[in-house]
Design a protein around this ligand. Structure first.
Ligand code: NGQ
Ligand code: ZN
Length: 452
């Protein structure tokens, strides 16, 4: 058991002062506001719940910053994807473990205490299957275990190169499964996370490009009540190709053909019409927004204002992991809306209300829903995932409550985090994860080989 005391803490009911939190077996056992610190309480100033990065492709952390040279033709999402595939084809299981470990260490240092790992790099470099189909998933689980981040593993089903069941191309060979192989992969993945504290599992049909309708119907039961995540409508070309194939846009196709509900998360959903936005919001499915990656890849800007007005739920994901941070994703999300609408404080919940707080509350609730966490925030029964802010950081000076969140998100470069507890263990102190040094060394050694 451990006891923490916070001068102020953001609880599900709002900010509270003098909050004692009791942790037992990795979970929050009690939250008591309005009490003086007791002897033996570990004391901190400002506490927030950790957030989920609901969408990550861990291996892509290794190519961060390596696709910033213009190619021979106009650079697009699709040319980036070729670079990404070349990188993916080179990685061994040890490389994936090294990259994922550093990534998860960075996520924790930057306020993410859970990750939805949308995992599709399944097979060996030549496309043959590892003796353990979940070899790569086990490396992801190892990285989660070492870093202590909460893992929601989302094994991805990938079978085709484009809409209409087109054959996959050679660069996709490490991702490909039949429905039967995928069922075996999901079973092996369940084993890979079985002993991992705080872990759960869902499935991820990759996209309507990679999954045919009959396959989608066949794999949904494999989620067994867990989350179902799918990429949708990220690129204009994808929308056009989907229209040519089905007469429907991707989100409309899913609304018409998939049993969308609170278990589902549509990743990106960037290019959606007003009708799609309101129907999507009503399903309770989460919009998995990845603002930094969507900016990096030139995807476009999600209609977040309209989606929120329609009652939609969103969470954020770090996706390509080119830059990793809660504050960074939330800031980029709001700034995209400002650039689009040429206004300020677009996603604030009303006059006089903090934008940072609105972004944070939505991402907390949406992230928990998308990763099937029953309790979001600092409340009894939740996993003890807690972040403290550094009250001495200049961007927080003289601020309390929502103003501290705004200072962190908009003015600190994301660097105002002090300590982080994941599943009740204090893994980050003074902004640094205990494994930072070893994780960096191992990552750097892998990179020198892979990039050379
Ligand atoms: C992915 N990433 O699966 O890693 C995708 C690119 C695709 C993003 N969309 C590949 N950010 O969608 O075909
Ligand atoms: Zn993705």
């Amino acid at each position: 058991m451990s006891r923490l005391h916070f001068a102020s803490a953001l609880l599900p009911s709002g900010w509270a002062n003098d909050v004692q939190v009791v942790i037992t077996a990795g979970a929050i056992a009690a939250v008591t506001p309005g009490v003086a610190p007791a002897a033996g309480d570990e004391r901190h100033a400002i506490a927030l719940p950790g957030l989920a990065s609901l969408h990550s492709h861990a291996f892509q952390r290794g190519m961060a910053g390596l696709a910033e040279l213009r190619g021979d033709s106009t650079d697009t999402f699709w040319t980036w994807r070729e670079t990404m595939y070349r990188f993916a084809l080179a990685m061994t299981p040890d490389d994936v473990a090294a990259v994922a470990t550093l990534l998860y260490v960075e996520m924790l240092e930057r306020g993410f205490t859970r990750v939805g790992e949308f995992h599709y790099l399944h097979h060996d470099r030549d496309g043959s299957h590892y003796a353990n189909l979940a070899e790569m998933a086990a490396r992801i689980a190892q990285a989660a275990e070492a870093s202590r981040i909460g893992l929601t593993l989302l094994p991805s089903f990938y079978a085709h190169g484009s809409f209409g069941g087109a054959a996959p191309h050679d660069g996709q060979r490490r991702f490909i499964c039949s429905v039967d192989q995928f069922a075996a992969l999901v079973a092996a993945s369940r084993k890979a996370i079985a002993a991992l504290p705080g872990a759960n599992i869902g499935i991820a049909p990759h996209s309507l490009r990679a999954v045919a309708p009959d396959e989608l119907a066949a794999i949904i039961p494999l989620a067994d009540g867990g989350p179902v995540h799918i990429h949708a409508a990220e690129q204009v070309k994808e929308v056009e190709d989907c229209l040519a194939w089905s007469g429907r846009r991707p989100v409309q196709w899913l609304l018409d053909h998939a049993p969308l509900d609170q278990r589902w998360c549509l990743i990106h959903a960037t290019h959606t019409t007003d009708e799609e936005v309101s129907a999507f919001a009503k399903t309770g499915a989460v919009a998995g927004l990845c603002p930094i990656t969507e900016a990096s890849l030139g995807d476009g800007i999600f209609p977040a204002r309209e989606f929120l007005a329609a009652g939609g739920a969103f969470g954020v994901g770090t996706d390509s992991n080119v830059l990793v941070g809660v504050a960074d994703e939330l800031r980029q999300l709001e700034y995209g809306q400002r650039l689009k609408h040429r206004q300020r404080n677009v996603l604030s919940s009303g006059a006089g209300r903090s934008t940072g707080r609105a972004l944070f509350d939505h991402a907390l609730a949406g992230g928990a829903r998308a990763l099937a966490q029953q309790i979001a925030g600092l409340a009894p029964g939740a996993r003890a995932d807690i972040v403290t802010l550094d009250a001495a950081h200049p961007s927080l000076a003289g601020r309390a409550g929502d103003a501290a969140i705004d200072g962190w998100i908009f003015a600190s470069g994301g660097s105002a985090i002090d300590c982080v507890w994941a599943g009740g263990s204090k893994v980050v102190e003074g902004g640094q994860h205990k494994l930072r040094q070893t994780a960096r060394e191992r990552f750097n050694a892998a990179m020198r080989r892979l990039v050379a």
